[in-house]
Design a binder for this molecule. Sequence first.
Ligand code: ADP
Length: 542
Amino acid sequence: MNGSMMQQPLLVSSLLRHAERHHGEQEVVSRRVEGDVHRYTFGELASRSRQLANALRVLGVEFGDRVGTLAWNGYRHMELYYAVSGSGAVLHTLNPRLHPDQVVWIADHAEDQVLFFDLTFLPLVEAVASRVKTIKAFVLMTDRARMPAKTSVPNLLCYEDLLAAQPDHFDWPSFDENTASSLCYTSGTTGNPKGALYSHRSTLLHTYAVALPDAMNVSAREVILPVVPMFHVNAWGLPYAACMTGAKLVFPGPFLDGKNLHELFEAEGVTMSAGVPTVWQGLLAHVEANNLKFSTMRRTIIGGSACPPAMMRAFQDRYDVQVTHAWGMTEISPLGTVCALKPKQQKLDGEQRLAIQAKQGRAVFGVDMKIVDDEGKELPRDGKAAGELLVRGPWIIEKYFKGEGGQVLVDGWFPTGDVCTIDADGFMQITDRSKDVIKSGGEWIGSIDLENIAMAHPSVAMAACIAAPHPKWDERPLLVVVKKAGAEVSRHDLLKFYDGKIAKWWTPDDVVFVDAIPLGATGKVQKNKLRDQYRDHKLPGA
Ligand code: ADP
């Protein structure tokens, strides 16, 4: 017997409708690429999104068409989030930090019909415009006054002109909730990038999960500044969660350095933020160097790569900003786990509490997870056994866009490529990505542990640990370190720093000091590049 409840599809447009009706006065503040600060309300967001939806029709965008964006976090990008998906087309956020060849490859693969882009990316679009195969219209996200006098981009359109020509009434269509809403490609550190194609249903369910108290705890009382880019996995769902809850949004545009972020936090009363560890490093360095504090910031969600405990300590002990560690993937929309403490853990303090916070956390409801050995046999949840993490749930991909890579699921589970443990309380901890694991004499060494220890050294700004070839052990850990400005530390002192903190045989065999560690388009260390670079590195005693 069926229940007798209404059949209402879960649609992205319903979030906007809700935000306008119930939080119409709430602010969206954006630091624009033009440099100034723009301010409007959810009410204006909704009305301009309707104008944009009309403009998309004029541009010939049809149901299911892909619409590309190359844009920072800002209100116009937010309008595209709602207008494109809301009208039944697919929002394809491209990562502007990728090489132009990759941008062309991805836009062609997605068969983007229109490309919207920020002023900053005019040179990039000029470099790719004649090469992309399917894009019929290029729209610069600015006003008439800032349109370039000369450009090689064919028939360049002006965003504000397009909107101004349209009425602000538009009836958001209703359709099957399984319709595709947005598309994001993985960084493709190995092989070609592959697309994760989200649906309206998966996006809405993910948004409910993101907003939960033990997830990102988003509410009408929060002022959120997402540092995590809207071009990478929908800024972890925050632009949707803000509309669902009525939280104020503050967008930093391209100004992601410590000084600009701190100024915006203070000026707008930001209470929470979210981003990858590399961004927070710049912020902490700025705050420390200038003896600043945070007057309204209470917490930050850190994920995308492992958050070193030293960074948590700095935020929490020195600045009273609570750090919540989270884990996710492009293929998972992205939220998988959040490290929200259980009551018994809240009583812990100091290092014991940090040891739990360093874990990637518990599965949010909707995500089921398990770890398996090389034969696919499930491993115990004892916090010790390490194996590959498999996940399943309604916002996890079943296959990649256009079926690339073939069958990806294993008995209905998505293999994440992350190696981790799960403890009896359900807390997952990543020791490595399977492709980054260091295998010494057949035994795994967790590079994240080694990096976390190095990062706790007062002279270390950044550390990455990779496998270097070794004639006897096959691989041994090599530590690559960037020193803090003006700081001094020797190889010997750094290696000594590991004493008593890990099993002796885990200690790196060597340290190399470098000026910078290569970061990928989403701010993560490119270990494959480092491995290539140090392929012939001769370890002492090898
Ligand atoms: P890619 O880097 O391939 O584009 P994603 O941005 O989707 O992919 O990143 C997913 C991967 O990032 C995860 O599989 C995991 O290896 C890593 N990751 C994400 N969050 C964390 C975290 N909190 N700690 C450690 N690794 C993380």
